[in-house]
Write a protein that binds this ligand. Structure first.
Ligand SMILES: C[S@@+](CC[C@H](N)C(=O)[O-])C[C@H]1O[C@@H](n2cnc3c(N)ncnc32)[C@H](O)[C@@H]1O
Length: 214
């Protein structure tokens, strides 16, 4: 299914506080280094239009949120959403999450990692491009603190089953998958992400789990 068009934020909106390039990031991604505050840090990989990040940051003001989005236009759009909501506990990074997890996150430091509706990469030969892969799972498990959460939602059954098997085999310290419930949607933005809204609109089943690191 093609993605809907994306708008860059208007020039009148200042996104300098809510958007970073990889070059502008501190060497280690901690709450203190990013926000000047020692609060629990949650990271979303592949934020798309940024609905989860802005809703979560508004709801949980005692946590810090970092969204990482590889497509610059989407990172800018999400940064615009954060700036418009005047959030001071969330930042978007325009860049690739994989090297950031590999090199810039200390072990046992993250409160949560969120991956919602990652690109499916249907073809077998493209599978290693998936955001949830053996390397990323190892990095995510290492980065989480004990008791930290990994949320993974997808509408691709094969992706879901492969990821659950992979996690059981490679990172048993993440424990067992805990099913997550969908929210009741009374409003157009009562969804965790835009892709969740789309799946519900077209009656596509969604597989939702959370892991809690032992
Ligand atoms: C299918 S979209 C889902 C977006 C959003 N999570 C949602 O549910 O609406 C997947 C997003 O992940 C981003 N992405 C893919 N690989 C990435 C990577 N290595 N690092 C950061 N973002 C990535 C894509 O650009 C895309 O915006």
């Amino acid at each position: 299914m093609p993605r809907s068009p994306i708008k860059r934020p208007p020039a009148s909106l200042d996104i300098s506080r809510t958007l970073r390039t990889v070059e502008q990031l501190p060497p280690q991604l901690t709450g203190q280094a990013l926000f000047g505050r020692d609060l629990p840090l949650e990271i979303e990989i592949g934020s798309g239009k940024g609905l989860f990040l802005s809703n979560a940051a508004s709801a949980e003001t005692s946590h810090l949120f970092l969204g990482i989005e590889i497509m610059d236009k989407y990172a800018q759009h999400s940064a615009g959403r954060l700036a418009k909501a005047e959030l001071d506990n969330a930042i978007m990074v325009s860049g690739n999450a994989e090297p950031l997890f590999q090199e810039r996150i200390e072990a046992g430091t993250l409160e949560a990692v969120h991956v919602y509706f990652p690109d499916p990469w249907w073809k077998k030969r493209h599978r290693r491009r998936r955001v949830v892969n053996p390397t990323s799972i190892t990095n995510i498990a290492r980065a989480l603190r004990s008791g930290g959460r990994f949320h993974f939602w997808t509408d691709v059954l094969d992706y879901f089953e492969t990821a659950v098997e992979m996690i059981a085999e490679i990172t048993p310290e993440l424990g067992v998958p805990i099913p997550e419930e969908e929210l009741e949607a009374n409003h157009d933005l009562d969804y965790r992400t835009h892709f969740e809204r789309r799946s519900r609109k077209y009656h596509i089943p969604v597989y939702r789990v959370r892991y809690e690191k032992r």
